[in-house]
Design a protein around this ligand. Structure first.
Ligand code: 088
Length: 232
């Protein structure tokens, strides 16, 4: 069917894609992937640094989502805290599936495997990475899916859910059209993408247990991660 984008949708697409492209993990952080040692401790510290950098990238990206800064301030915080892990699973999936320079991916996978995460969480995590890779999302779809995750109205402590719903609906409609445009042979592609959001929620529950097991082994997180994940 012929896909038409309204002028508002074209503007929304450009703003979100530009924001998604603009904010990257600094090179010095990703460069360390290849240099530092391989002990469990070193791997954990490197991943902690990447997670911290990723949260900063995420906050900057979120501020560029049209309408986000007009939401109630406390709701903005609730949306960020509620979606940070899911957005980082999406971002790490995209990084592992393509974005990383050659050789970084294997190193990064290796470091995740050897960072003190128990096997029961590694399996679903890498299944998710594989399922994201199989979708071959274009960049716009990645940016929109991340935005939809952030604009999830039913996060804990969100007061004005309808306001968040209205923003999310605009992005959902735009993603639906982008999917028809980029995957014309797969009418179910949009539904498959949204199915990944369900998998993200499951991973987010696993992640809470990962944090608890790291804490038990007295692993330290940065102040920013402690704040966004309510640990320590
Ligand atoms: C605190 C730390 C040990 C941790 O706790 N849970 C997770 C955790 C884990 Cl272990 C998996 C998924 C999500 C989280 Cl929060 C992590 C490690 O977090 C990350 C965060 C981002 C990650 C990674 C791996 C890749 N990326 C994204 C990435 C890497 C390099 C370049 C770019 C880019 O955009 O240019 C993006 C790990």
């Amino acid at each position: 069917e012929k896909i038409e984008f309204t002028t508002e949708q074209q503007a929304l697409m450009r703003v979100i894609t530009d924001a998604y492209n603009k904010h990257q993990i600094p090179q010095d952080v990703t460069k360390k992937l290849l240099q530092d040692q391989y002990s469990t401790e070193e791997n954990f510290l490197l991943l902690t640094e990447m997670a911290t950098s990723q949260v900063q990238v995420l906050v900057e990206f979120t501020k560029n989502i049209p309408g986000f800064l007009s939401l109630d301030r406390e709701d903005q915080i609730a949306l960020l805290k509620g979606s940070a892990v899911e957005a980082m699973f999406l971002r790490s999936a995209q990084a592992l599936n393509k974005k990383m320079p050659i050789g970084h991916t294997e190193v990064l996978e290796e470091r995740i495997h050897k960072s003190g995460i128990s096997e029961e969480f590694i399996k679903p995590m890498f299944n998710f990475y594989k399922s994201i890779g199989e979708l071959h999302m274009v960049l716009e779809e990645q940016a929109l899916l991340t935005t939809i995750t952030i604009l999830t109205p039913d996060r804990p402590y969100v007061k004005d859910q309808p306001a968040v719903e209205r923003l999310q609906e605009n992005v959902l409609d735009l993603l639906r059209k982008m999917c028809v445009l980029h995957h014309p042979q797969e009418p179910q592609y949009f539904a498959r993408l949204l199915g990944r959001l369900t998998e993200l929620r499951t991973l987010s529950h696993y992640h809470a247990e990962m944090l608890a097991s790291w804490k038990v082994n007295n692993h330290k997180f940065t102040p920013l991660l402690c704040e966004i994940w309510d640990v320590q």
